[in-house]
Design a protein around this ligand. Structure first.
Ligand code: PEP
Length: 251
């Protein structure tokens, strides 16, 4: 059966020392209060190796926030999936709306990144979600379907390794959260789209996380929905206490 997961996305925040301290604090709290879900921190590339050195893999997973669509070579400034894997990370966020919006990442590139992540033993946390205009004009289900369908050339075995994160772009960092009903409706839609392509077993086993201004005060209501299997957390993942407050929504 699918896992419940709370993953933090630190984005471009924290210096190395601050990041190591934050990871250490989260790790200590998790060792003292065993979580009822998997917990992951996705951190800047520069922090991966050091954070890996201070966390206990039994309670805290580690991920990057992106990787290159190229395997290796003359791509100055890029970081490959193999490099991420070599730090000890197990996960990588792909297709975050900030990557799609500010860096123009498209479906073709995201498929290439996903394939390289999988080939290097990383589990992708693949983000999908509509912008405000698409929510308001009613096209949101179709938009999200097409983002998921971009991965449909993957084998069932590979698709089965993917964690999906539904992040309505209008809710990211805005303080506006989708209602628990809006989240449930979209998560059920995503699961149906996966089922139509890959069958019920894979669909039922895919963890689908909600992201977008999730915090301790709303996590319980969101996570109580049957198709919401946890959260991808931005701002509230930058303090150990608020991140723990979200993790505790599963208690
Ligand atoms: C995110 O960027 O993945 C996110 C969910 O951010 P926030 O929680 O700050 O809305």
């Amino acid at each position: 059966m699918r896992k419940n997961i709370v993953a933090g996305n630190w984005k471009m925040n924290t210096t190395l020392d601050e990041g190591v301290e934050l990871a250490n604090d989260i790790n200590t709290l998790l060792l003292a209060n065993k979580p009822n879900c998997d917990v992951i921190v996705c951190v800047p590339f520069t922090h991966l190796t050091s954070v890996h050195g201070v966390i206990d893999k039994e309670v805290l997973g580690l991920g990057a926030e992106n990787c290159s669509e190229h395997e290796k070579g003359a791509y100055t400034g890029e970081v490959s999936a193999a490099m991420v894997k070599s730090t000890g990370a197990q996960y990588v966020i792909l297709g975050h709306s900030e990557r799609r919006q500010y860096f123009g990442e498209n479906n073709e590139q995201l498929l290439a990144k996903t394939k390289l992540a999988l080939a290097n033993g990383l589990m992708p946390i693949f983000c999908v979600g509509e912008v405000l205009e698409e929510r308001e004009n009613g096209s949101y289900n179709d938009v999200v379907s097409s983002q998921i369908e971009a991965l449909f050339s993957l084998s069932p075995e590979d698709f089965g390794k993917i964690i999906v994160a539904y992040e309505p772009v209008w809710a990211i960092g805005t303080g506006k959260t989708a209602t628990a009903e809006q989240a449930q409706d979209m998560h059920a839609h995503i699961r149906k789209v996966i089922e139509e392509k890959y069958g019920k077993e894979i669909a039922d086993n895919t963890s689908i996380l909600y992201g977008g201004s999730c915090k301790p005060s709303n996590a319980k209501e969101l996570f109580a929905k049957p198709d919401v299997d946890g959260g991808l957390i931005g701002g509230a993942a930058l303090q150990a206490d608020s991140f723990m407050g979200i993790i505790e929504a599963f208690n």
